[in-house]
Design a protein around this ligand. Structure first.
Ligand code: BG6
Ligand code: MG
Length: 215
């Protein structure tokens, strides 16, 4: 029986996807990498900062040392954080607040499982921090999705067994991570983006039957 729901952050609870894309695009342009597209950005969903950078560098003929790659990741993060400077509850996606409240009212434990190291700050700025029980993020592990670590850490913090957890994801890597963690999965977003999830919905505002999902 499911008694815990673990939400991904970017693209599920908040609309930061476009900001990530713009920051990577800015870095790519600076590095003289042309042709970094939204399709490339799709492959960055859920994966760690360093792995996201690898997607950008695929289109470069220059080789970078690990040290240089960390510095480039920091640079992109500075651009991303610049765009988050004035972030507030307006970046919270439709249905997110209502869903978190509804689940907690029903006694379901609620966690966040995100590869992003910016997770705590975003949760604070948007006010979502007060609506979740535990947070697991890129500060807890360097392993991004599809590795299961970020979800397993969330489950441990929440005191739940993996089979009691439902993961809500907007990415293919995230759905795969949930599977590897031995958890159930609900995909949100356009059809096809979360293939393999046990259930799917366009977004959190579209009348998801939580009673049926969580039993
Ligand atoms: C995920 C995003 O949530 O976090 C990825 O979907 C991003 O695109 C990853 O690369 C790491 O984020 P950050 O904020 O630590 O660079
Ligand atoms: Mg996501």
């Amino acid at each position: 029986m499911i008694n815990t729901v673990i939400f991904d952050l970017d693209g599920v609870l908040v609309s930061t996807d476009e900001l990530h894309y713009e920051a990577w695009k800015r870095l790519a342009d600076e590095l003289g990498i042309s042709g970094f597209t939204k399709a490339d950005n799709e492959r960055q969903r859920g994966v760690s900062r360093l792995e996201s950078l690898e997607v950008v560098l695929e289109k470069s003929d220059k080789t970078y040392s690990l040290e240089e790659k960390y510095a480039l990741g920091e640079k992109k993060n500075a651009y991303y954080r610049e765009s988050l400077k004035n972030a507030d509850s307006s970046i919270v996606l439709p249905g997110a607040v209502e869903t978190l409240k509804l689940l907690r009212n029903r006694g379901i434990k609620v966690g966040v499982g995100s590869a992003s190291k910016n997770t705590p700050e975003i949760l604070e700025k948007t006010g979502l921090i007060g609506l979740v029980d535990k947070v697991s993020c890129g500060l807890d592990t360097d392993k991004g999705k599809p590795e299961p670590d970020v979800f397993l850490i969330a489950a441990k913090k929440l005191g739940s067994a993996p089979c009691q957890c439902l993961v809500v994801e907007d990415s293919k890597a995230g759905v795969e991570a949930a599977k590897r963690a031995g958890m159930h999965s609900l995909g949100v977003g356009p059809y096809g983006r979360t293939l393999g999830a046990e259930a799917c919905a366009p977004d959190l505002a579209s009348g998801i039957d939580w009673r049926e999902l969580c039993g």
